[in-house]
Design a protein around this ligand. Sequence first.
Ligand SMILES: Nc1ncnc2c1ncn2[C@@H]1O[C@H](C[S@+](CC[C@H]([NH3+])C(=O)[O-])CC(=O)[O-])[C@@H](O)[C@H]1O
Length: 321
Amino acid sequence: MISYNRFYQKIAENRLSHWLNTLPAQLTHWQKANLHGEFAHWQKTLDALPKTLVSNVELNTQVKAGEREDINDGEYKRIENLLKKFKPWRKGPYHIHGLHIDTEWRSDFKWDRLKDHISPLKDRYVLDIGCGSGYHLWRMRGEHAKFVVGIDPTQLFLMQFNAIQHFIKDDNVNLLPLGVEDLPELKAFDTVFAMGVLYHRRSPIDFLYQLKSQLTKGGELVLETLIVDGDENTVLVPGERYAKMRNVWFLPSAAAMCAWLERVGFKNIRVVNTDITALDEQRKTQWIDTESLQDFLDPNDSSKTIEGYPAPKRAIFIANI
Ligand SMILES: Nc1ncnc2c1ncn2[C@@H]1O[C@H](C[S@+](CC[C@H]([NH3+])C(=O)[O-])CC(=O)[O-])[C@@H](O)[C@H]1O
């Protein structure tokens, strides 16, 4: 059973205390009514992870907990077998006692593209919406953020996060099983990240208002999303699938995205990076059994998706309120 009591105690004493008005009831309901069919099984896997002595934790240049020498061969094999039960591992990579979880995505590439453009995270309250397994949460803490909260409704990713947390043990980094639509207007975070989520939202403008309502006055939004080429009136709404993904709705141009941000009241809007996703950033590894980017592109023309749309191109936007 996952307990959020420690999280409640922590926020009772910090600037998120008003979240206690709604969060405990929401999470209690979630545990009663919304658990994934595999949840109990996953929980057993988590509980079976050995309690090891973690000699060091490195979060600034990578996400690494412990050394190979901290554990014996049996423990290493056990950790590997148990963590493989949480496949597919999409976002990472992680290094646990010398075990390299070589995830589908090199999420560190995205971090490298944005880290020099954002306001320093030192002492900040940070929220990462749609954080996946939480890779970037650790990197934010590695930049000395004071309190880091991630939300993501996909329960397998929560399990992956909890598995990494089992070794790192930092109660200033938390992942809650919520969607953005479950958040009250907290107006409490200094930096809000929303990366890889906007195109999954059916109402992108409402989504931007939701992001805005999480920020303190003067706070910073870091938004990353798929874009297309074009002017401020260009938006692609793909058919049933984009790069084999079913739930993709709006792909604006960078100019359109800036116009949307301005329309909902963000200021100081800038595009700090654009990048075509390359095959070394998203690829099949031993830690996923499913297809990856190579299978999502036209085999004869990698500038197109398999459906004939422009291949994935992403941009990072930073804005303030
Ligand atoms: N309603 C929702 N509210 C919040 N999150 C959601 C919702 N619906 C889906 N998600 C979550 O949004 C994440 C998107 S992945 C980006 C990960 C990371 N940020 C990255 O930048 O690497 C990109 C992709 O899969 O295309 C997934 O983890 C979903 O579970």
